[in-house]
Design a protein around this ligand. Structure first.
Ligand code: 13P
Ligand code: ZN
Length: 270
């Protein structure tokens, strides 16, 4: 059996959590990540017949039964993941129709998965239906996207169009746009279900006055997705109070669609 601390999925998780912390997106214990793993890659490092303990999830997700996830722990600081991955991360396998998470590695201080586990798992179910290569759900609190939810209309089309207008390549990176949830109590099955519903039509879901969720095929791509939206929000927060002299027009957006071979969300461009 190989040492799990050398596994590419652990190393990439450490790098990503550290990078997110360094970007200022994950103060204190803010943010959480879940990464879907293949049984074969897990078996290289762990005896999958041996579960350390079983943790009730509080929801059901039969589509994920038997699936393996590497997940950040609740109350854990992204800043510390690199120093003690076995405390701050856990590797679980869902069982009993998703109602139980069998811990195979990690959470060595007796901890458990993020309080946003419902939003993560339900979002995985939703995204896997759209794209079977979706492996990552990522949540964080980037300052400019958050700030924007205080001053910008939360209408999804309007919010998306503003972000697209802030950097030329936004429409190429997230042609599906950004879905938005109004403020809701976090850490609940209700916000999990609402987030998953929004994930059916976009890979980015803003939680007003809280943060953002991103989904993608790997950690790098999902990080880049949030990074691009956050950069656009940063430009918006720099210019929103200034007189606007020009923007990226819908005609120019159509040129980008044609040139990069992407299709903007139906009805979002004139
Ligand atoms: P956890 O520490 O439970 O992951 O919660 C952090 C967070 O961002 C809640 O939305
Ligand atoms: Zn949060």
């Amino acid at each position: 059996m190989k040492d799990i601390l050398t596994a590419p999925f652990i190393l990439e998780m450490i790098r990503t959590a550290t990078n997110m912390y360094d970007h200022g997106w994950d103060e204190r214990n803010g943010g959480n990540i879940s990464l879907l793993l293949d049984e074969a890659e897990v078996k290289e490092y762990l005896d999958t017949d041996h579960a350390i303990r079983a943790i009730p999830t509080g929801f059901s997700a039969p589509e994920l039964d038997g699936k393996y996830f590497l997940v950040t722990g609740t109350g854990k600081y992204f800043k510390n993941v690199q120093y003690a991955p076995e405390v701050n991360l856990g590797l679980v396998r869902l069982a009993d129709g998703g109602e139980t998470a069998e811990l195979l590695w990690g959470y060595t201080d007796g901890g458990k998965f993020t309080s946003e586990f419902p939003a993560h798992m339900m979002s995985h179910v939703a995204r896997l239906k759209v794209d079977p290569n979706n492996r990552v759900v990522m949540h964080c609190h980037p300052a400019n996207l958050l700030a924007m939810t205080y001053v910008h209309d939360l209408d999804e089309r309007a919010f998306t169009r503003t972000l697209w207008q802030m950097c030329t390549e936004c429409i190429v990176v997230f042609p599906d746009g950004v879905n938005v949830l109004p403020w809701m109590l976090c850490g609940t099955n209700e916000i999990g279900e609402a987030t998953a519903k929004k994930m059916e039509t976009a890979r980015l879901v803003v939680w007003a006055q809280h943060g953002i969720y991103g989904a993608g095929k790997d950690l790098d791509e999902t990080f880049g997705l949030i990074e691009t939206a956050e950069k656009a929000a940063e430009i918006y927060m720099k210019i929103a109070h200034l007189p606007l002299k020009q923007t990226i027009t819908d005609e120019q957006m159509h040129q980008l669609e044609a040139h990069f071979g992407v299709k903007a969300r139906e009805g979002y461009l004139a």
